[in-house]
Write a protein that binds this ligand. Structure first.
Ligand code: NAD
Ligand code: TYD
Length: 352
């Protein structure tokens, strides 16, 4: 029997790199193809440790380019897709929504079309897995949790683009019988996250004694999950998820931004040998994000009950590990903040 060819998109990004690592190491009987455009958020140094694995292949490509995507499906005949490539930062979506329309909506539909053509004669053992966000459900103001059945109510250009892509994935399942599965996850944290997102940005700013810009009053609530636990959940959904179904993934771990920032500040005081309370002095309240969603909270009971997944780490342990990683990988952080990481592709791939 031929080897299963699994295409992972966005595998040089934050979550994608953890998914690539898990799949390459755990499923040596699969061929893993990591397709990534290497935007500012893609960094091949995130997956250096698997680069030479015989079942790993990197493809630099843009999912917005339909021809390129079709040619790749024709050439490699992928059996399954785990689709993570996206523009992922809400603030960027506010200043440049069109990039989000192109990558998140058009890019997803390009992949669906290519899969539809490639799998037209036989969808047996094929799978299109779309990785999405809890932000598609909107903002919780009156308590409660997001369920898989909660109506979509996206509030930012980012979440609207992800919601549209989710709708297309379900529409292709309904109309063209493409075997799909979806998951919607809460906020991730952990190693390799681009330092525009709250936790790595604040760790880096504390290290460099720079202000910590808290939007509004810091009262917004997010549900945080360690990225490796998300990758483990993606593994479960990919292998055991019911075709056509959606699984919410979350850590039952809600924090207001301000409380979370204080935890990070305390841990950083300890790591840096600063007096307790020193890092908190860097907190600076700034103008709120436009349309800032108040609260996200996931009910993850379905994936826990049906697929047996549960988070492996408590938040206290996860945040310790995360801070340790950023402190031990200051070169990674420095190269990401000064742009050097973008030279890696040229150095490693263009000279071959
Ligand atoms: P990220 O921004 O760190 O990485 C995105 C990756 O996609 C990068 O490697 C980038 O180069 C690649 N990419 C972007 N545009 C591309 C294009 N046109 N063609 C090919 N590759 C392209 O994102 P992330 O935080 O790892 O998120 C991954 C996925 O998970 C996204 O779909 C996101 O919506 C979803 N998600 C993220 C979170 C979170 O907390 N970060 C939570 C739930 C769901
Ligand atoms: P972020 O990491 O951008 O994730 P998301 O917007 O997808 O939830 O932000 C997490 C929370 O932190 C969100 O409520 C916005 C807030 N935030 C700040 O207060 N200051 C910042 O500098 C950033 C990046 C985010």
């Amino acid at each position: 029997m031929s080897r299963r060819k699994v295409l992972i998109t966005g595998g040089a990004g934050f979550i994608g790199s953890h998914v690539v690592r898990l799949f390459v190491n755990k499923y040596t009987e699969y061929d893993i193809y990591n397709l990534d455009k290497l935007t500012y958020a893609g960094n091949l140094e995130n997956i250096l440790d698997v680069e030479n694995a015989t079942n790993y292949h990197f493809i630099k490509a843009d999912i917005v380019d339909a021809n390129e995507v079709n040619n790749l499906f024709e050439k490699y005949q992928f059996d399954a897709v785990v689709h993570l490539a996206a523009e992922s930062h809400v603030d960027r979506s506010i200043s440049n929504p069109m990039e989000f329309v192109m990558t998140n909506i058009v890019g997803t539909v390009n992949l669906l079309n290519a899969a539809k053509t490639c799998w037209k004669n036989d969808t047996k053992d094929k799978l299109f897995y779309h990785v999405s966000t809890d932000e598609v459900y909107g903002s919780l103001h009156d308590g409660g949790f997001f369920l898989e059945t909660t109506s979509y109510d996206p509030q930012s250009p980012y979440s609207a683009s992800k919601a549209a892509s989710d709708h297309f994935v379900r529409a292709y399942h309904n109309t063209y019988k493409i075997p799909v599965v979806l998951s919607n996850c809460s906020n991730n944290y952990g190693p390799n996250q681009f330092p525009e997102k709250l936790i790595p940005l604040f760790i880096n700013n504390i290290r460099n004694n720079k202000p910590l810009p808290v939007y509004g009053k810091g009262e917004n609530v997010r549900d945080w999950l360690y990225v490796v636990d998300h990758a483990r959940a993606i593994d479960e959904v990919f292998h055991k998820g019911k075709i056509g179904d959606t699984y919410n993934i979350g850590g039952f771990n809600e924090w207001t931004n301000l409380d979370l920032i204080k935890v990070v500040c305390k841990a950083m005081d300890k790591k840096l040998g600063r007096e307790v309370g020193e890092s908190e002095k860097l907190i600076t309240y700034v103008t709120d994000r436009a349309g800032h969603d108040l609260r996200y909270a996931i009910d993850a009971n379905k994936i826990m009950k049906e697929l047996g997944w549960e988070p492996s780490l408590q938040f206290e342990e996860g945040i310790e590990k995360t801070i340790d990683w950023y402190m031990e990988n200051q070169k990674w952080m420095d190269e990401v903040t000064n742009g050097d990481y973008q030279k890696y592709y040229d150095k490693m791939y263009l000279k071959r």
